[in-house]
Design a binder for this molecule. Sequence first.
Ligand SMILES: Cc1cc2nc3c(=O)[nH]c(=O)nc-3n(C[C@H](O)[C@H](O)[C@H](O)COP(=O)(O)OP(=O)(O)OC[C@H]3O[C@@H](n4cnc5c(N)ncnc54)[C@H](O)[C@@H]3O)c2cc1C
Length: 801
Amino acid sequence: MKTTTQVAVIGGGVVGASVLYHLTKLGWSDVMLLERSELTSGSTWHAAGGFHTLNGDTNMAALQGYTIKLYKELEAITGMSCGLHHVGGVTLADNQDRFDMLVAERAKHRYMGLETEIVGPAEIAKIAPITNLDGIIGGLYDPLDGHLDPSGTTHAYAKAARMGGATIELHTKVLETNPRADGTWDVVTDKGTIHAEHVVNAAGLWAREVAAMAGHYVPLHPMEHQYLITEETPEIYERDVEHPHVMDPAGESYLRQEGRGLCIGFYEQPCRPWAVDGTPWEFGHELLPDNLDKIEDSVAFAFNRFPVLERAGIKSVIHGPFTFAPDGNPLVGPVPGLRNYWSACGVMAGFSQGGGVGLMLAQWMVDGECERDVTAMDVGRYGNWISPGYTRPKVVENYQRRFSVSYPNEELPAARPHRTTPMYEVFSDLGAVWGHQFGLEVVNYFATGDEPTFETPSFRRSNAFDATAREVKNVRQAVGINEVHNFGKFDVTGQNARAWLDRIMAGRIPKVGRLSLTPMLSPKGRLLGDFTVSCLAEDHFRLTASYGAQAIHQRWFDLHVEQGVRVENISDKVNGFQIAGPRARDLLAACTRDPVDLAFLDVRPMVIGQVNTLVQRVSYTGDLGYEIYCDPMDQRQLWQTLWDAGQPMGITPFGMRAMMSLRLDRFFGSWLAEFSPDYTAAETGMDRFISFKKSTDFIGRAAAEAERANPPARILAAFAVDADDADVTAYEPVFIDGTVQGFCTSGGYSHHAGKSIALALIPRAEAHEGRKVQIEILGDLRDATLITTPLFDADGTRMRG
Ligand SMILES: Cc1cc2nc3c(=O)[nH]c(=O)nc-3n(C[C@H](O)[C@H](O)[C@H](O)COP(=O)(O)OP(=O)(O)OC[C@H]3O[C@@H](n4cnc5c(N)ncnc54)[C@H](O)[C@@H]3O)c2cc1C
């Protein structure tokens, strides 16, 4: 066994094998895989081997598409068979919401180039004749759906990797991973120690144990899962062609042909977490005891949906565990807080996602960044606040909801509230309807009077509509207040702080007492963040950005930190409020003896009531507004001061629903919608905040300069949409002259203007005032008109005045 390697991949399941292959594909050949037993010795060997592209996250769906198309390439490279059955599959809808969801997915697939199709009951009867169509209103057909041989596929990955120079050590158990001072690792195995530049945790069912060897907690949990294989069935073996897959979300089942019979698996409600206190090392090529009681209701439902099942005897039961993250997406990428330590875990659909996970991780390691936004599967999307006690109920919730309809406005209840600020009870008493972000409770809106304190999940305008309208109106006409807890916040201090920020941020770094907005770019010019930088002193800066991205941002800062600079994540150490609206300055004046003559983008310490604060003159509402930061211990006192003084001015609290409507009036983008690593600064208009004048060679400069010289083909534009009761959420296709030429990044209803608004990326040549397009919302083509004049405060006098 070799004793040094560039990369040690721990785990020879389908994911580890895919990572190994993709590293060699991208040119790293000094890579090795360590497997404690044979390949496929975790959940991989007993998988049903099904694959599909459907995923609520568009980038995940695209990576699933990549994975499925990869199998033919693997077969061609290795000459091995993956046992592919490209039989296609249909997902059934038995109610309007489920059908709406499938129609919305189909719409997304249009610009992704996926050839899915909405089908009616008559077509389903032809595609999947064993289906009882009572109550079925339609479905989504995907010709790419199919299944394969899990073991053959894993071995094909392994062979392709070996052909690229990789080595694979079987029966080699990793016992310890110990970091060296230079960031490399000693990987201690039962066969000796390997000195590795990088370590990848692809240990699947044992990922928690392997992560613990490096001192970190990976938020995943194994769940028990069962599928049945039937005896031979004439309705199946007498067909000329193989029966396609049928996903029946109402019955939480997936079904396909297996040999001359059927295979059906269930995501049952009485599901069970497995190995709560850790995965036993002796677990291997074995199954869990059958538990048909657990799936009794699901089986009864399936008998009705597929009557042939009732007549077909059960040949075998496969009952095994596999892992889930709290949101069901993989946990991939550099582990925050560790150097050269990478995660490739929590992959619950290894045969749909394994290829994409391998490709993304390999790009990250070899190129330093991925070709697309991978936030949905970034291991950094969870922070240090996460614990096994949080993960477990979330994983159970995710398993139970595997086939549930996902609504754009939905807030899932398990393990909440988890993190709250001192305002939680105060806002609850005011009727807060809570959402959550990065474990933190965030007010969506305030219900008043008889309004229910629960937002009905919907693809259409929800019951939050009136409350949101009320809050928007109050901001625009008087003054609104909400918390600034869901901003990621960093303190950057030290003698080199300014020089460092000049290199990390593409924009201008402000002088003392001022703030600026700036994109943070990757070397390839992709957006890594949209930051506000406030200069509190020559050696002290405050950064604010997305709360949910804080661990990802800290990881980027850690990677680039230099002598003479300290970057501290203070997201939860500083809190406060923003006040916005025409009376905001009056409110501030009523609460302080300090002058309130802050100009737009000024930042200044002030005493508000009896609390020391830092006040910034800026507001995402696009209105006259101030952000007021304080010690969370002082927050209730600060609240009382502002709240009491605001009463005669008509102060009301507002939530995120109103905030997201208000920002549309000015066409302001938001993080992970308009601004994400999928896009560049010039595509999204963020290039106006880049300082090409500064002499620093900031990260991404060459790419940004190249874009300036040769503008990108697409650009962000705003549209007024002729919508009815449903607005754009994200990824709806934009038809220009009858063909799909763009897609929406976000949208919603501007309560101030009384208009439905969409932000969309379209060809630059088409982006002119008045351009008529059509946007598909829930299957309807809606007329939309490109607008360039903001709907509120077009000349900026209110915001800047
Ligand atoms: C019943 C069932 C049906 C399923 N059906 C499907 C399906 O139809 N489609 C689909 O896409 N997915 C399906 N899955 C899920 C799929 O099995 C997983 O997504 C996939 O196997 C995850 O692979 P992995 O490589 O991450 O982990 P694993 O397969 O668990 O592999 C981890 C490997 O790491 C090794 N290892 C662990 N610790 C160490 C160590 N310390 N040193 C060395 N080696 C170590 C283990 O021996 C193991 O081989 C199913 C799962 C189950 C249980």
